[in-house]
Design a binder for this molecule. Structure first.
Ligand code: ARG
Length: 456
C-alpha cells in the first residue's frame, strides 16, 4: 500500500517499524468524531468556495457511508496507514475516487486529531456527569432510609463520636457534587474548536473556522493556531478531575470493604457485587469495591503519564502527543465502569442497623458528651476533659462503659454530675443534639437531604 506522503520517499519502513508508529489499534475509537469533523470541514470548504458544492456532496455522502460501516465494524484498518485519519481518508478515496483527496485541503492531521478528541471528551464528560448524578441518587436513597441509623463515627479509625449513617453517606454526596462541578466547568475548555489551525500556522485558504465550530456544536474557537494544535490541557484536566473522582470512590470502597468484614459487619453487599472463593466455602469477597480502589491507581497513572509526556515538548505538534490517547480512553472506560458498579453496589447494599447500633452502644464514643455536659455547667472545657478522661480510665479498669458507672462514682469525681447524665450518654441523644449547621443532628441531616435533592 502506497503511503499518503509517498512523494517525498524512495524507501519504505518495515512492517514492525510501521507498527511501532501506528495509533490505529486504539484511535479507531475516534472514527465517529473524525467523520463528524470531516463532514463539517468539507461543508465549510464548499461554503467558502474552496471546493465545489458537488464535490462536497460527494465527500459527505461517502463519509456517511463510512460512518455506517465503521459503526457496523465493517471497516478494515491498516497499520500501514498509521492512524484513523489516514485510514478513513484512504477508504473515502477508494469509495468516491480522487475527489476524496480534496477533503484534506486546508487541514492537517494536527488540527484534525485535536478536534476529534475535543468532540470525544465533550460527549464523554457529559455522560459522566449523568452517571455521577445517578450515583448521588443512590446515596440519597440509602441516606433517606438511614437517617436514624446510628453508628460510631471514626477519626484515626478509632471510635470518636456517634453519628447518623445518613450523615456519613451524605458526606460522599457533597464530594461528588464538587466532582460534578469540576467536570461541568471543564466543558467550557473542552468546548473549543481547534479545527482550521492547520498543521500549526493556519492556512492560506479562505476558510471559516467559526462555521465548522458551530456545525460541530463548539462554543468558540482557539484564538491561536499554535496553541490549538499543541494544547492537551483539556485532556489533563479530564484526567485530573477523574483522579479526584476516583479517589472519592476509592475512599468509599475502602469503607465498604471494612464494613463488610467480620469485624464490623455494618453492611452486607448483594450477591450481584461480590464473589466467592475457589477454596474457602465461607467467603463472600467485596471484589468490586476492591477493584474500584485498585483501578484508581491506573487513572492516577494516566494523569502522571501525560503530564510527563508534555512537560518538555516544544511547540507545536510532536509525535509524543500520540501517547495522549490510550490513557484517556482507559480513564473514560474506568470511570464509567466504576460509577455504574458503585451505584449498583450502594443502591443494593443491606444496612445492618442492629450491628451499627450495638457497636455505638458499646464504646466510649459518648465521652465527649460528658465533657460537654460539665462545660455547659460552667466548668472550663479543659478541666472537664481531664475529669472524663479519668472516668474512662476507671471504666477500663472495671471493664465497663460510661453508662454503666453508678452515679456515686460520678459524684465523687465532680459534684456537677446529676442523674441526667445517663440521658446525655445515650448515643441517640448525642446525635440528636448536634444541631450546629452541617452537623449530624437528625434535623440537620434532614435539612441537608432536602438541599441535596434540590440540587439534582
Ligand atoms: N496519530 C496522530 C496522533 O494521534 C495524528 C496526528 C499526526 N500528525 C503528524 N504530524 N504526524 O497524534
Amino acid at each position: 500500500m502506497k503511503k499518503l506522503w509517498g512523494g517525498r520517499f524512495t524507501g519504505s519502513a518495515e512492517e514492525w517499524v510501521d507498527e511501532f508508529g501506528a495509533s490505529i489499534s486504539f484511535d479507531q475509537e475516534l472514527a465517529k468524531q473524525d467523520i463528524e469533523g470531516s463532514v463539517a470541514h468539507a461543508t465549510m470548504l464548499a461554503a467558502c468556495g474552496i471546493i465545489t458544492e458537488a464535490e462536497a456532496n460527494e465527500i459527505v455522502q461517502g463519509l456517511k457511508k463510512l460512518a455506517y460501516q465503521a459503526e457496523q465494524g465493517e471497516l478494515d484498518y491498516s497499520v500501514k496507514l498509521e492512524d484513523i485519519h489516514l485510514n478513513l481518508e484512504h477508504h473515502l478515496t477508494e469509495l468516491i475516487g480522487p475527489t476524496g483527496g480534496k477533503l484534506h485541503t486546508a487541514r492537517s492531521r494536527n488540527d484534525q486529531v485535536a478536534t476529534d478528541m475535543h468532540l470525544y471528551l465533550k460527549e464523554q464528560v457529559s455522560d459522566i456527569i449523568i452517571l455521577i448524578t445517578d450515583f448521588q441518587q443512590a446515596l440519597i436513597q440509602q441516606a433517606e432510609q438511614n437517617i436514624e441509623t446510628i453508628l460510631p463515627g471514626y477519626t484515626h479509625l478509632q471510635r470518636a463520636q456517634p453519628i447518623s449513617f445518613a450523615h456519613h453517606l451524605m458526606a460522599y454526596f457533597w464530594m461528588l457534587d464538587r466532582d460534578k462541578q469540576r467536570f461541568s466547568e471543564s466543558l467550557k475548555r473542552i468546548n473549543l474548536s481547534p479545527l482550521g489551525a492547520g498543521a500549526l500556522a493556519g492556512t492560506t485558504f479562505p476558510i471559516d473556522r467559526h462555521k465548522t465550530a458551530s456545525m460541530l456544536g463548539f462554543a468558540g474557537i482557539y484564538e491561536n493556531s499554535l496553541d490549538a494544535v499543541s494544547d492537551r490541557d483539556f485532556i489533563l484536566e479530564f484526567l485530573s478531575d477523574s483522579s479526584l473522582l476516583m479517589m472519592h470512590l476509592s475512599r468509599l470502597c475502602e469503607e465498604i470493604i471494612l464494613w463488610t468484614s467480620q469485624e464490623f459487619q455494618f453492611i452486607e453487599l448483594s450477591d450481584a457485587f461480590t464473589t466467592g472463593s475457589s477454596i474457602m466455602p465461607q467467603k463472600k469477597n467485596p471484589d468490586m469495591a476492591e477493584l474500584i480502589r485498585g483501578k484508581t491507581g491506573r487513572v492516577y497513572g494516566s494523569l502522571i503519564g501525560l503530564l510527563t509526556i508534555l512537560k518538555g515538548l516544544p511547540l507545536a505538534y510532536n509525535k509524543d502527543m500520540q501517547e495522549d490517547k490510550e490513557g484517556m480512553f482507559d480513564t473514560v472506560k474506568t470511570v464509567r465502569g466504576s460509577l455504574k458498579i458503585i451505584t449498583g453496589m450502594v443502591g443494593t447494599m443491606k444496612v445492618r442497623k442492629d450491628k451499627m447500633e450495638s457497636s455505638v452502644k458499646n464504646d466510649f464514643s459518648n465521652a465527649t458528651e460528658l465533657a460537654d455536659y460539665l462545660a455547659s455547667k460552667g466548668l472550663p472545657f479543659r478541666q472537664a476533659h481531664e475529669i472524663v478522661g479519668k472516668l474512662v480510665l476507671t471504666c477500663i479498669e472495671k471493664g465497663c462503659y460510661l453508662g454503666e458507672l453508678p452515679l456515686t462514682v460520678y459524684k465523687d469525681m465532680n459534684s456537677l454530675f446529676e442523674e441526667d447524665i445517663y440521658e446525655v450518654l445515650n448515643p441517640y441523644n448525642a446525635i440528636d443534639r448536634r444541631n450546629s449547621a452541617g452537623g449530624t443532628g437528625f434535623s440537620q441531616v434532614r435539612a441537608q437531604l432536602e438541599k441535596a435533592k434540590n440540587l439534582l
